[in-house]
Design a protein around this ligand. Sequence first.
Ligand code: SAM
Ligand code: ZN
Length: 281
Amino acid sequence: MIANELNPVATTILHATLDFPARFGLDLLDDIKRWGDQIVSQVEEEMLDVTPCSPLPETERQKLERVVRGEPELMRLYGQTEHDQNGILYCRMVKCPSCGGEAPLLNSFWLSKAGGDMWGVKVVPQTDKTVTFEVYEAPGGRGPNGENPEDATVSRGVGQCAHCRQAISGDEIKAQARGESRHGTWWDRVYAVHAVRMEPKMDARGRPQRYATGERAGEIKTGKVKFFRPPTAKDEAALVEAKRRLDENWSRWENADLIPTETILTGSKTAARACARWRWR
Ligand SMILES: C[S@@+](CC[C@H](N)C(=O)[O-])C[C@H]1O[C@@H](n2cnc3c(N)ncnc32)[C@H](O)[C@@H]1O
Ligand SMILES: [Zn+2]
């Protein structure tokens, strides 16, 4: 078999999924399991402080409770923390020139519109001129309290302050981006986390389905449930720790050519708009 691949990651995957199984067959299986488990547990341990799993939000706990009909053992198994994080969503923050408040710039309050899984985010202004964020489900295009995810705090380059509702001009936003405004320099802030929890599959009698045969015989069958939640103090601490690790290792990683710092040549998508906010579809 002959293949040509430019990308080292894709090359490794092709070797591992096409070439090695054909060449070594089932003999490889035990080695793969052993080394795979070792790598996973080592990476999990090292990454624990920068990839936190948070307690399930109350709304997700209640959804689970309905599915498992309040069964305490299943609540203990699946109702504690999320299983994984799928994405961390950031927005730009500017200082409002009118009131000095912290103003997030979101060009839409939609978090997801994918296949009926509709979620929005709400900016909640605080009396100390900061903001917090809440998430909500918007099944019919509206949140439970009439929130409209089509709303935004920035439109055509002009912002709107979440506190005093005054417009924040495009020139002011650009000045804060360049660090040339007397009101402040813009910064990034996490406004939502896309997380995953596990949920047991239930049978018609309200009991968890189990594998009947195979290696996993007896184990409960589970599925993944994706949800959004607002960031927690733990998430913020993890990002601070990640930044600290990056700064600490920067020169070593740069010398090892692990950080791409080279200029991207003009024409290689340099004119494409950088993704201001990540969106899950
Ligand atoms: C859709 S992915 C396929 C990945 C993998 N080769 C596979 O078959 O699963 C397309 C791949 O084409 C590779 N590629 C693009 N230009 C190439 C080139 N000139 N020579 C070799 N590989 C190239 C990219 O690195 C990318 O991984
Ligand atoms: Zn304001």
